[in-house]
Design a protein around this ligand. Structure first.
Ligand SMILES: [Zn+2]
Length: 261
């Protein structure tokens, strides 16, 4: 962005130079994540539908209850875009595009996506990516205190550094870990884990018919046959019986239409 003040660009350059691959503290992760999430909400259209939001929050809370021992303050937000995409930001912010909810065949497919994104947060994948680039709060704070240049602008700097990391492609091993965790979370929450693979199949079909609709998801969540097959095998091992929930009647009512909005 060419409107980034020169001083902030100087800060960025400095931070790039001093980034040493250190881990990131949990409070720094939360602070950077909150700032990034606020930026997303400012810059993307949010799909405001009270009934859908309530349903998504409840489903998210059901998974988080079995997934997050740290009891983060989670936020689930629907972005008003047609394509099938979802992403998570460190600290507990999960964003799901309206198009993905519209395309989902059942509650368990949405749960699979939420489980996967929640796992990126609980396993701190993005935080580790962030940590590789900067010592974040500590270094940013130190730099600002010493120079006095970016008074009050810590969050903005974190966004610009963190944004690049957060947009980065997750590694194959991060993806595999998040898939496994999603299966586990769903079973623990009493939801059919086959939702994870059903959503993969839906996306693969969509990739053939409407390649543009899922590009963003695949660019940050690489999906190949090996990943799909290994997930399918894990689902068949993890599935204890027919008691797991596949769908719910509320989702049928609140699911947005394709192309709506
Ligand atoms: Zn992923």
């Amino acid at each position: 962005m060419d409107r980034i003040p020169l001083i902030r660009r100087a800060g960025l350059a400095f931070l790039t130079v001093v980034s040493l691959g250190c881990g990131m503290s949990e409070s720094a992760e939360q602070e950077a994540g909150d700032a990034m999430a606020a930026q997303v909400v400012r810059e993307t259209p949010v799909f405001a539908d009270t009934a859908l939001d309530a349903w998504l929050d409840a489903l998210g809370a059901r998974i988080v209850a079995v997934a997050d021992s740290q009891r983060r303050d989670w936020h689930f937000t629907v972005i008003d875009r047609d394509d099938l995409n979802a992403f998570a930001i460190p600290g507990g912010h999960v964003f799901v595009h309206r198009g993905l909810l519209a395309a989902a065949g059942s509650m368990s497919e949405v749960a699979g996506v939420l489980g996967h994104e929640i796992a990126h947060v609980t396993l701190r994948h993005s935080a580790r990516q962030l940590g590789k680039r900067t010592r974040t709060g500590v270094i940013v704070g130190l730099f600002c205190t010493v120079t006095g240049w970016c008074a009050g602008d810590v969050a903005q700097v974190a966004i610009e550094i963190g944004g690049a990391a957060w947009m980065a492609r997750h590694s194959r091993s991060d993806e595999a870990q998040s898939d496994s965790a999603a299966i586990e979370y769903l079973v623990r929450a009493g939801i059919d884990p086959a939702g994870v693979t059903r959503m993969f199949e839906r996306m693969a079909a969509e990739r053939t018919t409407k390649p543009g609709a899922i590009e963003a998801f695949f660019s940050s969540h690489p999906l190949d046959d090996q990943r799909v097959n290994s997930t399918r095998a894990q689902v068949s091992r993890a599935r204890p019986g027919p008691s797991l929930q596949v769908d719910d009647s509320v989702f049928v009512r609140v699911r947005p239409g394709r192309g709506a909005g």
